[in-house]
Design a protein around this ligand. Structure first.
Ligand code: 3PG
Length: 308
């Protein structure tokens, strides 16, 4: 029986990426199917019924989706964060879950720096702003995105610091980045802090008042990670207390109305999550996902499995 591969993306890939994935699937002898901009979970549940492999982005692969997908063998999240997939339930059902680390990280990093310039220049309103050169930037988690943020920020002439509980200091310092000893030290040292931690049980709501209050004058918090890592009530509290505090995010917070009402000019949210939304990132992550599926089906390669 021919393997069936479904690309299910509420937020579609660039057409070139879809074409590339289709070609790779067909070259391997698989049937390719596409479900884009689907209206609700019911549409996804219907579409997965007979597929063997699934490629998604931030699409929610819940228990219901997994239960409906009787033939499913592998899910690849074309991207980094897999908090949208019930990986443990997938494991119970013998389904391999993978991500494609590093494939979209430059796109996310470019957006982080782009938003920093935008806010430092007062949302391009024509009034005098500030420059990034010479300012201290703290990178929380020095993974693929964090490293790209460091590289680009160094081009701007920023002084770059980082903290990562899982990366040795020497490995951080190889990138000409100053490694600090704790999250607290990072927040205390840096006027700009850019968040690159995943959303999980350890990190949810971990960016809280006690950390935010440590940031120096004219602080800007940059979030291209996940809204779940922010304690939103605490963020509002600090922004109420400190008129010098700004927040830039690629993910609109649940309490966006409060920002609109109280913090005009001190925040920016993209209209929809777009860090990884470039043609290049879509091609890199989409094709990597498809290659990983071929390697799994043809050679049993589980290199990028996240639910071992
Ligand atoms: C990721 O985790 O890879 C990024 O957040 C990008 O997500 P997206 O594919 O939904 O744009």
């Amino acid at each position: 029986m021919k393997k069936i591969v479904l690309v299910a993306t509420v937020k579609p890939f660039a057409a070139e990426a879809v074409e590339g994935i289709k070609q790779l699937a067909e070259q391997a002898g698989y049937e390719f199917r596409l479900l884009e901009k689907y209206p609700d979970q019911a549409a996804l549940i219907e579409a997965v019924k007979d597929v063997n492999a699934l490629i998604v982005r931030s699409d929610k692969v819940t228990r219901e989706v997994i239960d409906a997908a009787k033939n499913l063998e592998i899910v690849v999240r074309a991207g980094a964060g897999y908090d949208n997939i019930d990986i443990n339930y997938a494991k119970d059902k013998g389904i391999v879950v993978m991500n494609t680390p590093g494939q979209n990280s430059n796109a996310v990093a470019e957006l982080a720096l782009g938003m920093m310039v935008y806010v430092a220049r007062n949302l391009f309103n024509g009034k005098p702003g500030t420059e990034l050169k010479g300012k201290k930037l703290g990178i929380l988690a020095f993974g693929n995105v964090g490293r790209n943020v460091a590289r680009i920020a160094q081009g701007f002439g920023m002084e770059v610091y980082a903290y990562d509980a899982f990366v040795p200091k020497e490995a951080i310092e190889q990138h000409n980045v100053k490694a600090v000893d704790s999250t607290e030290e990072l927040f205390k040292t840096c006027q700009y802090v850019s968040l690159h931690i995943p959303a999980n049980d350890q990190t949810r709501r971990s960016i809280n008042y006690n950390l935010l209050k440590l940031m120096p004058k004219n602080a800007t918090l940059v979030n291209t990670a996940r809204k779940e890592i922010i304690n939103e009530e605490d963020l509002v509290k600090i922004m109420e207390e400190r008129e010098d505090f700004k927040y830039i995010s690629d993910i609109t917070p649940d309490n966006a109305d409060v920002f609109k009402e109280k913090f005009q000019g001190r925040y920016f949210f993209t209209p929809k999550k777009m860090g990884a939304q470039t043609k290049e990132a879509n091609i890199n992550a989409g094709l990597a996902a498809m290659r990983q599926i071929v390697n799994y089906f043809e050679k049993g390669d589980t290199k990028f499995q996240v639910n071992k």
